[in-house]
Design a protein around this ligand. Structure first.
Ligand SMILES: Cc1cc2nc3c(=O)[nH]c(=O)nc-3n(C[C@H](O)[C@H](O)[C@H](O)COP(=O)(O)O)c2cc1C
Ligand SMILES: O=C(O)C(=O)c1ccccc1
Length: 378
């Protein structure tokens, strides 16, 4: 563990421990992956101002996201199939986040169900909703998230059609995965992973199987999921979901200022400036480059969050400087989970916290909430 100092170290270890098809699923973007790469690379173009001889004692990373206290403004992003990076992955990641004091967001497309995660956590977590064609099933998900006392609904808007990630096609990643010789050989040499999987009953999309009509077993899943994404969605759907949910609502997948203004009109509590980690529209702008314009356009009308490409505490601070009140990490916690299970998720959060704390000090600030545009050199 002592040799793990960066998120990249966790990624290297995950690559060795997680079967290729699932590691690649996490580590891939749509088509040429240009947006996936830009998400990370564009952070490097932004530089801090270094300040000296100011009081750097008693620093604090505490903040709030949608009015909820967080030990640092870094939530775990919703990610599908998280329980395939490590057995019971969503339950472990939720526990790590809870202990750390940051929000965990459970995906509709998770392996562990809403009820599974609720059974191993004490504090409320957030639930991410895909609005699928089967509206009865969508209502069922909303009601189950309410029953589990989820404290925010994250409504994802950028997956009306599914972007293509070539690696998934090449690896035969479907539900259930194609058991080619290459996949079997790959799993065989990762005993830690498959022993974990053999020891849990949670190996399929448990929010869906047994809940959605026509999905009684795993065999029917693949065609069901691809058919269910709904190209008809409109802003009117946001209104009925907001009404039915009745709690805090976060709209995820905004990358354009016109859309940000429409989102602000819905009365939602926050938007997430996001391109789905470069997994949807290849060729779209990086999230960090879209952030400032969107933050300027909406002003104080709605809280602005962002995700995409955050690989260090420095990246988090840059996003805060450019107008985000909160951020999310996707792959960094997945790498931690694949590398070391729950401990690895905690490790990812600790790495980011330490980088944030030292950077904050060297920028001459004590409070993370004081980071603004004047902390950047432009
Ligand atoms: C493997 C994987 C699965 C994802 N699944 C979902 C999902 O089910 N729902 C969703 O809203 N976003 C999903 N996302 C997008 C993330 O919520 C988030 O926007 C993205 O990962 C942020 O970029 P980062 O991975 O560079 O931190 C997924 C991302 C990854 C990497
Ligand atoms: O992989 C994803 O990014 C995602 O959101 C998703 C979509 C369909 C099924 C599972 C996950």
């Amino acid at each position: 563990m002592s040799d793990i100092l960066t998120i990249a170290d966790l990624k290297d270890l995950a690559r060795r421990r997680v079967p290729k098809m699932f590691f690649d699923y996490a580590d891939s973007g749509a088509w040429t992956e240009s947006t996936y790469r830009a998400n990370e690379e564009d952070f490097q173009k932004i530089k801090f101002r270094q300040r000296v001889l100011v009081d750097m004692s008693n620093r604090s990373l505490e903040s709030t996201m949608i009015g909820q206290k967080v030990s640092m403004p870094v939530a775990l992003a919703p990610t599908g199939l998280t329980g395939m990076q490590h057995a019971d992955g969503e339950m472990l990641a939720a526990q790590a986040a809870e202990e750390f004091g940051v929000p965990f967001t459970l995906s509709t497309m998770s392996i562990c169900s809403i009820e599974d995660v609720a059974s191993v956590t004490k504090k409320p977590f957030w639930f991410q909703l895909y609005v699928l064609r089967d509206k009865d099933f969508v209502l069922n998900l909303i009601d189950r998230a309410k029953a589990a006392k989820c404290s925010a609904l994250v409504l994802t808007l950028d997956l009306q059609v599914l972007g293509q990630r070539h690696k998934d096609v090449r690896n035969g990643l479907s539900a259930p995965p194609k058991m080619t010789l290459a996949n079997i050989a790959n799993i065989a040499v990762r005993p830690g992973w498959w022993m974990g999987m053999a020891g849990t009953k949670r190996r399929t999309f448990r929010n869906i199987v047994g809940h959605a009509k026509g999905v009684g077993d795993v065999a029917s899943l693949s065609s069901w999921t691809t058919e269910q994404f709904d190209p008809h969605l409109s802003w009117k759907d946001v209104a009925w979901i907001k009404e039915r949910w009745g709690g805090k609502l976060i709209l995820k997948g905004i990358l354009d200022k016109e859309d940000a203004l429409l989102a602000a009109n819905t009365g939602a509590d926050a938007i997430i400036v996001s391109n789905h980690g470069g997994r949807q529209l290849d060729g779209a702008s990086s999230s960090i480059m879209a952030l400032e314009e969107i933050a300027d356009a909406v002003g104080d009308r709605i809280e602005v969050h962002m995700d995409g490409g955050i690989r260090s505490g420095q990246d988090v601070l840059k996003a805060l400087c450019l107008g985000a009140k909160g951020t999310y990490i996707g792959r960094p916690f997945l790498y931690g989970l694949g590398a070391l299970g729950k401990e690895g998720v905690t490790k990812a959060l600790e790495i980011i916290r330490k980088e944030m704390d030292i950077t904050l000090a060297l920028c001459g600030k004590r409070l993370v909430t004081d980071m603004g545009r004047d902390q950047l050199r432009r």
